[in-house]
Design a protein around this ligand. Sequence first.
Ligand SMILES: NC(=O)c1ccc[n+]([C@@H]2O[C@H](COP(=O)([O-])OP(=O)(O)OC[C@H]3O[C@@H](n4cnc5c(N)ncnc54)[C@H](OP(=O)(O)O)[C@@H]3O)[C@@H](O)[C@H]2O)c1
Length: 436
Amino acid sequence: MKVLLTGATGYIGSAVTEHLAAAGHQVVALTRSAEPQSGRPWHAQLIGDTADPASLAGAVTPDIEAVIHLAPPSGDADVDSAVIEALATPLRGTGRPLVYTSGVWVLGATGDAQEVGEEAPTNPIGLVGYRPQIEQRVLAEAAEGVRAVVVRPAIAYGRGGGIPALLVDRARKEGVPEYYGEEGVRWPTVHVDDLAELFVAAVERAEAGTVWHGVGESAVAVRDVAQAAGRAAGVLAAPRVVPVEQGAEVFGALFADALALDQSVSGAAARTALGWRPARPGMVAELTSGSYRPIEVFGAPEGPETDAEVAAIRRLVAEVEHAQQNELADRFLAVFRQEGPVWTTGHGKRLSGFEEIAAFTRKVLPGATAESTAVYDVERVLFLKPDVAAVNVRQQPVLPDGTRIADRPEGRPFYILVKEDGTWRVGAAQNTLAAG
Ligand SMILES: NC(=O)c1ccc[n+]([C@@H]2O[C@H](COP(=O)([O-])OP(=O)(O)OC[C@H]3O[C@@H](n4cnc5c(N)ncnc54)[C@H](OP(=O)(O)O)[C@@H]3O)[C@@H](O)[C@H]2O)c1
């Protein structure tokens, strides 16, 4: 399909562009700026400004087979309604899709209800006040022969961006991770690449007059998100909850209210009806050991294949951390190759072969985390061969609540990993205590 996309340069729009192109569609990007953008898989670029609906007249030419409207509202309900008019009119009677991007904030606080679905009444917070009216304006086009669809994304993360990046920045600035509102606040979340796949599914096969929640995880504790954001910022400290009035001084009242919004929202309908399969790591995992913490990579060409290998290596190191923190001997041992692995501990004890490593682990791991544990961050990956990697890890001692133990030295684990049968495993490992 030839798809007209507004908001194509944005956070979500960039991911949607890539996934549309990968699915074989042609993206016609509507941008404010006439500046040509290199490196974007756009079929064509068109100039237009959604704050000026007249500039959109003629944007939806007869060869445009679908429209995805991702640019944010202007702040003026009449202007935004006129934008829908301009985008929808040429589609009338064609059955072609118009996908409008709203957001889960139109539902307001979900209270005691769990995993609220698309049928729930809207109760928008101030920031998205008139958005339900725009949704209705779009859906009404179904009666005019437009395949009108609304997608309501949850809070998007991944690619090092979106709202979680703000929490990382704040943690770095303040030296302590922050979140806003009440202690128990929860966010529905979605990985931006999973969300982009939902837009592709919606444009390809959602029926006219339908609304879809783009939700990967229904209700993530924002305290955990903040702690992980702190970790991404290199700040190992217990998060502090900031009253919303204080948050307003940083973000403005409307956005602070949005950050403090407690919601539990379901994304089940899109999975069932559209076959959407959001499968990427959750928001906390992504902050802890994903795109918010760039690492140095050597010895392999830049590109999605290397990215995927690095992500798999980071998951392996996250598994080491998880097994250690939770005293899971079997899971810890499963990261090693069966064939002759070697592990030298931070105190210089060398364990040769799987049996020796297993016996030692089963002896020392139980009870090891009662008073302290450690976090493991990949810092550098050197691909010696496509399936052999030397990995430098930073190991920091923490209390069980994740707070850095200031007076205890760090470790510098070094792993030689081997990929066999599609899985990375530890062939050899050495830890060294960092003296200073
Ligand atoms: N990010 C989230 O977590 C989230 C969650 C729920 C809903 N949403 C909604 O999803 C949509 C996209 O969000 P995002 O996070 O990708 O936003 P973003 O990164 O700020 O991108 C906004 C995009 O819209 C374009 N745009 C802004 N004003 C425009 C105008 N007057 N005319 C034409 N284009 C204009 C921007 O183009 P320029 O390059 O010209 O600035 C940019 O491409 C928004 O409607 C947002 O409310 C986002």
